[in-house]
Design a protein around this ligand. Structure first.
Ligand code: IYR
Length: 215
């Protein structure tokens, strides 16, 4: 039996709760996915602090089925770029359906992935499945998704830009980063500052009324 300890109290006065949350939401709402990064270095300590937020996420049976590989070595970043671009060339030329390519058109993406080299850090997130040294995890996608949400929010809070990149397929990440087979690539997150001339597509989120149902 695991011992119990008192639940934490967060000490937010009820009168300020909505306003605090609006401020937090206003800040998060300003986050945009960035695809053009500068090589400006990251402030010391930011990655470790943001990863601590990610690693604090709730998970199925508290198994914490995630691994975050932080790539800053230029040689490794180049290898990631080369391997991702090889897969993405195939994706854009052959594997993607016309329907998929039409959906992507407003984003202006193509097979080129220079951000894997220019961003000062590339965080590669793996799901950890059962292996010789890992217990059986539960709700892996949900758990890792929540951890990544925490991570993106924390990096945004530090003023950093991120991209949630999903090369497909992405098993090449195991080989380049020397990770065991029970670790399955989940997401690649280039992290840094936007290039001075970076732009974002003028796409909007749906209005709340469309995505929230009150009963
Ligand atoms: N993996 C490709 C394609 C791509 C797919 C989706 I869904 C996106 O939202 C964006 C891109 C790429 O990275 O270009």
């Amino acid at each position: 039996m695991t011992a119990s300890v008192p639940a934490p109290r967060y000490g937010v006065p009820a009168e300020t709760a909505a306003e605090r949350t609006r401020r937090f939401a206003d800040d998060l709402t300003r986050r945009r996915t960035i695809r053009d990064f500068s090589d400006r270095p990251l402030p010391d300590g930011v990655l470790a602090a943001a990863l601590a937020a990610a690693a604090s996420a709730p998970s199925g049976a508290n198994v914490q089925p995630w691994r975050f590989v932080v790539v800053t070595d230029p040689v490794l970043k180049r290898r990631l770029r080369e391997a991702a671009e090889a897969e993405e060339r195939e994706f854009y030329a052959r594997r993607a359906s016309d329907e998929w390519l039409t959906a992507l058109a407003p984003l202006g993406t193509d097979w080129r992935k220079p951000f894997l080299e220019t961003a000062p850090a590339v965080i590669v997130v793996f799901e950890v499945h059962k292996g010789p040294a890992s217990p059986r995890p539960y709700y892996v996608k949900e758990s890792v998704g929540i951890a990544v949400g925490f991570l993106l929010a924390a990096l945004h809070r530090a003023g950093l830009a991120t991209l949630t990149h999903t090369p497909s397929p992405m098993r090449f990440l195991n080989e380049i980063l020397d990770r065991p087979a029970e670790e399955r690539p989940y997401l690649v997150i280039p992290t840094g500052y936007p290039a001075p001339d970076a732009t974002v597509p003028d796409v909007r989120r749906k209005p709340l009324e469309e995505v929230v149902v009150w009963r």
